[in-house]
Write a protein that binds this ligand. Structure first.
Ligand code: SF4
Length: 200
């Protein structure tokens, strides 16, 4: 069954069926493979949506990502994906996805800009603010979706280059509710064990 044919009611029904199947050791149901069409090849990867690190196979057709399925050999997820990981491939070509910089105009509307124009604008504003108010007047807000290498480089640039300590990688906001739940449930501010522990 293709994802586009799934109604919400179907989805809940199949989710319950999947959970039941998993509890008695059945393999991943076919509907759990999100796909929009045939694929040329499946590429082994890791879901980048959250920090769990579920093993995936990414379906590629031509130069486009068109499907995702869980990797049954991955010890993290044993072939299962949550709905975010299952649907993440749809982000790639979604019409709402920003692929070019947008610069806010005086009237509040956004105007598409080239990368050089946008970077010059941001660099100029940072420079003005530092000159006027000092090094800590500029701040960097990161993303959990950034690669480790990108985050490392940006931290170096920000602290060593710009000399500002105003760095936030995003976890304080992103994980705030989860950490609250972990602390009150497990007494630990991070996932306290593997999924297999839940059974035990
Ligand atoms: S499939 Fe879900 S739980 Fe697994 S890494 Fe992706 S978002 Fe996280």
């Amino acid at each position: 069954m293709g994802c586009s044919e799934l109604t919400r009611r179907d989805f809940i029904k199949y989710s319950a069926a999947a959970a039941a199947a998993a509890s008695i050791g059945l393999t991943v149901p076919k509907w759990a493979m999100a796909r929009d069409g045939d694929v040329d090849r499946w590429v082994k990867g890791v879901c980048r949506f959250c920090g769990t690190g579920c093993g995936v196979y990414v379906g590629v057709k031509g130069d486009k990502v068109v499907a995702t399925k869980g990797n049954p050999d991955a010890k993290t997820n044993f072939g299962f994906l949550c709905v975010k990981g299952m649907m993440a491939y749809k982000i790639m070509e979604h019409p709402d996805r920003l692929k070019k910089p947008l610069v806010r105009q005086a009237d509040g509307n956004f105007k598409e800009a080239g990368w050089d124009e946008a970077l010059d604008l941001v660099a100029g504003k940072f420079k003005d603010l530092r000159t006027k108010y000092g090094k800590d007047a500029v701040a960097y807000y990161g993303s959990g979706q950034a690669m480790t290498e990108e985050t490392y480089t940006f931290n170096k640039f920000w602290k060593g280059g710009l000399g500002s300590n105003m760095v936030e990688g995003n976890p304080r906001l992103c994980m705030a509710s989860a950490v609250g739940g972990y602390m009150s449930t497990y007494g630990s501010d991070e996932p306290a064990g593997s999924y297999a522990d839940i059974e035990a």
